[in-house]
Design a protein around this ligand. Structure first.
Ligand code: FAD
Ligand code: SF4
Length: 269
């Protein structure tokens, strides 16, 4: 994904990206950042599985004068950005309001969404709390100093890569004790409102990429035409496709049914 962002930046398609970077003050804690250079972008690659409010980085777009930003986020972060972009401001025009008030209120309604040129979603089942997983489990119980951790991956189990090159594995079930409770009600696994969604879904060394909008498809096809990365059809990743569909369906079923309503109100049953 970072390769895509770099291409977008170098080709002038974006002038910044809202991503997560490692907090210099607290090891292995991601923090939101609006990056505007290739170096900053490269430093933001890798996935942290604790929650990071990337939406907050969009506040810096205006301050830094960025007009076309790529927004990277988990599905619950993509949805509000897309809602801001799609807000219908036509109701503001009622024949009585002055033009300048309509303009100001439209800006308020569209918010930071107006500066987002591309939404890139990350597939997501759940995220873990920093205090729980990182501090309580990994640091205190497993005895791994957090500054020793280089990166993470989740492939049926949690893989902790250390700076010294060693790898520590943890059962996914052990990490799941520290999942944020909100995630258990989240129905969007695959960032359905993104332009492009990316995830692992069981594929080692490949990013499974879903092109969701004409804009996402057009940009991706240009990257492929320039030989930016190797592309394989999803048919070659039969297992990943199965996992993607299974988790998408399973996650839709997590949305609670409102009291007194039947399931068909919130689910395809
Ligand atoms: C919290 C989280 C949960 C995920 N859950 C799943 C899952 O259940 N199943 C699955 O298949 N894939 C999941 N993914 C996606 C997967 O881990 C990879 O991020 C994805 O495949 C892209 O990999 P890459 O090497 O191409 O991306 P990279 O080039 O490494 O880019 C990753 C991007 O994600 C940003 N990022 C890192 N941490 C966070 C964070 N905590 N919140 C928001 N943005 C972040 C980085 O800044 C970077 O821009 C999850 C990712 C995250 C961050
Ligand atoms: S599971 Fe849903 S609520 Fe939890 S972080 Fe992922 S997208 Fe957000």
């Amino acid at each position: 994904m970072t390769g895509m962002l770099r291409w977008l930046l170098e080709h002038g398609e974006i002038d910044g990206a809202a991503v997560s970077v490692s907090d210099p003050e607290r090891p292995a804690l991601p923090m939101p950042k609006l990056v505007t250079t290739v170096d900053e972008l490269l430093a933001s690659s890798g996935s942290w599985y604790t929650y990071c409010a990337n939406n907050l980085a969009l506040a810096d777009a205006e301050r830094l004068g960025c007009e076309r930003v790529a927004f990277v986020g988990v599905p619950c972060q993509i949805t509000p950005v897309r809602k801001m972009q799609l807000v219908d401001e036509s109701y503001l025009v009622n024949g009585r309001k002055k033009e300048k008030h309509i303009e100001r209120q439209t800006k308020f309604l569209k918010g930071f969404g107006a500066r987002v040129a591309l939404n890139i979603g990350l597939l997501c089942t759940e995220v873990f709390t920093y205090e729980g997983l990182m501090v309580e489990k990994i640091q205190d119980e497993m005895g791994i100093p957090l500054q020793d951790i280089k990166k993470f991956n989740v492939k049926g189990k949690v893989l902790i890569y250390k700076h010294d090159g060693s790898l520590v594995e943890m059962k996914l079930k052990a990490a799941q004790e520290y999942a944020r409770p909100e995630c258990h009600h989240c129905g969007d696994f695959s960032a359905e409102l993104a332009d492009i969604s990316c995830g692992g879904v069981g594929a080692m060394d490949w990013t499974i990429t879903i092109l969701r909008t004409a804009r996402g498809e057009e940009l991706f096809n240009r990257m492929v035409a320039e030989g930016l990365f190797e592309v394989r059809p999803i048919e070659e990743f039969e297992n990943s496709m199965k996992v993607l569909l299974r988790l998408t369906n399973k996650q839709h079923l997590r949305v609670p049914i409102p009291p007194g309503q039947d399931a068909s109100r919130v689910r395809a049953v």
